[in-house]
Ligand binder design. Structure first.
Ligand code: SAM
Length: 276
């Protein structure tokens, strides 16, 4: 039984890093005319209304997109991400925050495709309704791993596989590793971006290391807004990117210190970038 709803967490500090990396990878894919495919294994609801009771209940977005919104930085990637987010609201007020499928759809061209799997009944219906009639987008109510088996390799050789589990079940780390391994077997030219939470330092390091071991070219970017063990629950989060665009490391080297300065809570936390 799935209880996680991303609508409580949309726009938080973890979404900021994840979606910034997503934008960077998609922009890189857009540099060539050749079509690409985005395969999003855990779609969520697609787009979130800031006034909605869920977002207001936790208020997590206030310490994420809320701290960056309407500011401009000397880091092009941060500004680019903010422009993409701004595309979903009227000027002046943040009314909507885009989830990963909405961000992908906004950056797809006619020749590109987006395929999304989502298991939660309500979020699947919201997602399906959102993209109804968009022939570039396919939404499937399916388990992430089953979706990787059913939908990869994609129709085109270039693309991004975004893996963003909620890690609410004990076996989610093992399932994620299995999904990435299976995905790489089917689509080894693809860029794989996997999100992970930092709840406990050693566990996060071990999991990230196991993910990075799956491909010789990889990158790990992490943003912690509180010191390790400084709170119950998530103190930070990271992304492991396998087969990253060659420009991503440099972009994140510029962005991460600024994100940490802007998003840390009470002077805590750290940022980390490992690139190979
Ligand atoms: N990627 C989304 C974004 O950035 O906007 C957020 C995704 S949220 C963190 C995780 C989603 O995965 C939830 O909507 C949950 O219902 C869904 N989910 C959980 N287990 C799943 C599974 N085994 N297969 C597919 N979706 C699953």
């Amino acid at each position: 039984m799935l209880s996680y709803r991303h609508s409580y967490h949309a726009g938080n500090f973890a979404d900021v890093l994840k979606h910034m990396i997503q934008v960077a990878v998609l922009d890189h894919l857009r540099l060539k005319d050749k079509p690409f495919v985005v395969h999003d294994t855990h779609g969520g609801a697609g787009l979130y209304t800031v006034d909605d009771a869920h977002m207001q209940k936790t208020g997590e977005y206030r310490d994420g997109i809320g701290r960056l919104w309407e500011r401009r930085f000397e880091v092009p990637l941060i500004n680019r991400y903010l422009n993409v987010v701004a595309g979903f609201s009227r000027p002046g007020a943040l009314s909507h925050y885009p989830g990963s499928p909405a961000i992908s759809a906004a950056l797809l061209r006619d020749q590109d495709r987006l395929q999304v799997t989502e298991l939660h009944g309500t979020d699947f219906e919201l997602l399906e309704a959102r993209f109804h009639g968009d022939r570039r987008v396919r939404v499937v109510k399916q388990d992430a791993l089953a979706g990787i088996k059913a939908l990869l390799p994609p129709a085109h050789k270039r693309g991004l596989v975004l893996i963003d589990p909620s890690y609410e079940l004990g076996g989610d780390e093992a399932a994620t590793l299995a999904a990435v391994e299976e995905g790489l077997k089917r689509f080894n030219t693809g860029c794989f971006a996997i999100w992970y939470p930092v709840l406990e330092r050693r566990r996060a390091d071990r999991f990230a290391a196991r993910l990075m071991a799956l491909a010789p070219k990889h990158l790990r970017a992490e943003l912690c807004v509180l010191r390790d063990g400084g709170a119950r629950g998530m103190t930070g989060s990271g992304m492991v990117v396998l087969n990253p665009p060659w420009t991503l490391g440099e972009q994140l080297r510029a962005a991460l210190p600024v994100l940490h300065r802007t998003l840390n809570q009470g002077g805590g936390g750290q940022q980390l970038l490992l690139s190979q």
